[in-house]
Design a protein around this ligand. Structure first.
Ligand code: ATP
Ligand code: MG
Length: 632
């Protein structure tokens, strides 16, 4: 492991030298003076004085060598369409959208909210903002009007981009009525709204003076030329509100130069994506994974990126692998939740297609339990790389780095601290460093490396207070996740610091219990929450999805499997962790980004009001939890 270790050591001990070298991966219009300015901890400024542009680095600089190469392949199984755009074509489309935005009064530094489905126009719009130095804030097309209004009031955009509608699982989802409602609720609505008509709402009415028709305006700007606006490295590129699994959304603000360098370096050292190759990231542009690995990073690397509007199981559970085969995808990035969905389907889909182009499958977003990790790795016969990061970091914090060294993978582990991160496991009590196999808080000694959030939009104080004030003895960045490092130096994430169950004085992570429940051969996925218990303080309660449900039709069958699952937990963790009950459901409540809403399950289990439900993917999952609780 000398290669990886040395690489990481240098990134911390010779920070300036290391990042100056990585900075050569992108073009600078004006060279930076200082690699890092850290006069006001914890605020880090990277590549100070340097001028660059994300859009130039993603598009313009590739035109000479790969103008005719595909930059974007858009596939929609919702409207059954597929379109490809070369680098030259994307370059033209982006300039056209940039010209449209300029004509609507957008200037450098202005915010533009993009509330759109997964369509090429949304992709062009993000790059168009970057091109003219405007700050985009993509809001996931699925958030309710009130959530959207809260983001509008925080970002104060001068323009909003939307569409008449989108489609999910073949069902039309109208966007425009929701946008109208959010603008009624907002205190600072934008003056203009640009609306793409996809034909989902033939009766859509524009608000005079405010709403502008995308296609009409686009027709006026065909062939437009808009030069890149050079911006200082530390100016904001975008705001992205965190998904809200844990509460009040925060506007994560990202810079330009540091982000470009971090992404370009990650394509080389972590994702092993080379120019001319193809990347398929199954996320959504509304999430950080979509920003970094659908839009910016693959283009920075000169790759073809695949943008997919659809779900993993429609028309059937082979659709992703068909896409990999048909487009010869080399790098794939997805989430554990999707893999667990596929695990419930016929495994034959995984061997039906030619996946020989694929080098790695990367998975992130939530804990990848050992059985699922093993299952997918063996089914694909490819290295499956679990990696860990956050909206705040913008790129991986923990990962294997096959571009640096091919270290062996361990199931259930996102491997090692990525270069640039001075990662520590700190004891909650006194911020001292934990030893091997000791559970502690995952923390990062600042400065955070390039690409990480610069601040909370409009609220420096909140940035410091939220992330850097959790240990009174040391100013460190807290990830709010528990982790452990084994004897070989591999990390394991044990769940969020707020997902802890206190059973008669023993502190148990919900993740650990979930992992134990999943060890039972008939469990596809599960959620464990702590519920108040008069005797023990708290008790774990499990909700599980079975692979084979045929034996669960009778109460007797359910009791039998429940007993077996409890036995599995006893064997793995001890009786102290045994759930009070195991309820069987066919679906767990999740955010639209695929994260289990434990907070919500817990509220229901304790008979409390579950609160804001706008981030939930399928309300039917809540019904199931309610019903299973009623049944006892
Ligand atoms: P919010 O911060 O708004 O409450 P969130 O934390 O779910 O929402 P994200 O930034 O998308 O929003 O998620 C980052 C979190 O996801 C991490 O802090 C961690 O808890 C979890 N996570 C991501 N990747 C992994 C992984 N590979 N293994 C374990 N957990 C992971
Ligand atoms: Mg978070």
């Amino acid at each position: 492991m000398a290669g990886y270790r040395e690489f990481h050591r240098r990134s911390i001990e010779d920070r300036d030298g290391f990042w100056a070298e990585q900075a050569k991966l992108i073009d600078w219009h004006k060279p930076f003076g200082k690699v890092l300015e850290y006069a006001r901890p914890p605020f880090a400024k990277w590549f100070v004085g340097g001028e660059t542009n994300l859009c130039h680095n993603a598009l313009d600089r590739h035109l000479a060598a790969r103008g005719e190469q595909k930059a974007l392949v858009w596939i929609s199984t919702e409207v059954n369409q597929e379109k490809s755009f070369t680098y030259r074509e994307v370059h033209a489309e982006v300039q056209r959208v940039a010209a449209m935005m300029v004509s609507l009064g957008v200037k450098k530094g202005d915010r533009v909210i993009i509330y759109m489905p997964m369509v090429p126009e949304a992709f062009f719009a993000m790059l168009a903002c970057a091109r003219i130095g405007a700050v985009h804030s993509v809001v996931f097309g699925g958030f309710a009007a009130a959530s959207l209004a809260a983001r509008i009031d925080d970002a104060r955009p001068s323009l909003m981009l939307t569409a008449d509608g989108g489609s999910r699982m073949g069902k039309t989802v109208l966007y425009k009525p929701l946008v109208d409602e959010s603008l009624r609720l907002a205190k600072n609505p934008p003056a203009k709204v640009l609306i793409l008509r996809r034909g989902f709402d033939v009766n859509m009415r524009n608000v005079a003076g405010r709403d502008v028709d995308w296609q009409e305006l686009a027709a006026q700007h065909a062939g437009a030329r808009v030069a890149c606006t050079w911006v200082e490295s530390n100016e904001p590129s975008y705001i992205l509100y965190t998904s809200g699994t844990t509460g009040q959304p925060k506007g994560v603000q990202r810079d330009v130069g540091g982000y470009a360098v971090a992404l370009a370096a990650s394509m080389k050292h972590i994702f092993c994506g080379d120019a001319g190759e193809t990347m398929f990231t199954t996320s959504d542009i509304g999430w950080v994974v979509g920003h970094s690995y659908i839009v910016y990073a693959p283009l920075l690397a000169g790759m073809t990126t695949i943008m997919y509007e659809g779900v993993p199981v429609r028309p059937d559970a082979g659709i992703w692998w068909k896409i990999v085969q048909d487009h010869r995808a080399n790098v794939m990035f997805s989430a554990p939740t999707a893999i667990r969905v596929l695990k419930k389907q016929d495994p034959a889909y995984l061997s039906k297609y030619d996946l020989s182009s694929l080098k790695h499958l990367f998975l992130a977003g939530e804990p990848l339990d050992e059985p699922t990790h093993q299952w997918i790795a063996e089914a694909l016969k490819k290295p499956v790389v679990d990696h860990y990061w956050q909206t705040e970091s913008g790129w991986p914090i923990l990962s294997a780095m096959p571009g640096v060294e091919k270290t062996p993978l361990k199931y259930g582990s996102p491997s090692f601290a990525v270069y640039g991160y001075d990662l520590r496991l700190l004891r909650e009590s006194d911020a001292s460093e934990a030893g091997a196999d000791e559970k502690a808080v995952v923390a990062i000694v600042p400065p955070l490396p390039p690409g990480c959030m610069s601040t909370v939009w409009g609220d420096d104080e909140r940035f410091v207070k939220t992330y850097f004030s959790n240990f009174s003895k040391k100013m460190v960045y807290s990830t709010f996740d528990w982790g452990i490092r084994d004897q070989d130096g591999y990390y394991f994430i044990l769940g969020r610091t707020d997902d802890v169950i206190n059973v008669a004085g023993h502190r148990l992570g919900t993740r650990e219990i979930e992992e134990a429940v999943s060890m039972h051969a008939n469990i596809a996925e599960c959620a464990v929450v702590g519920v108040a218990d008069a005797l023990k303080g708290q008790m774990p309660l499990a909700f599980a999805v079975a692979k084979d449900t045929s034996k669960l039709v009778s109460a007797e069958g359910r009791k039998h499997l429940e007993k077996e699952v409890m036995q599995t937990v006893d064997n793995q963790l001890g009786a102290i962790a045994r759930p009070r009950a195991v309820h069987f459901v066919t679906l767990l409540p999740k955010t639209r980004s695929g994260k289990t809403l434990r907070r919500l399950i817990q509220a229901l289990a304790e008979g409390r009001d579950p609160g804001d439900l706008t981030t939930i993917e399928d309300p039917g999952a809540l019904e199931q939890i309610r019903n299973s609780l009623k049944e006892g």
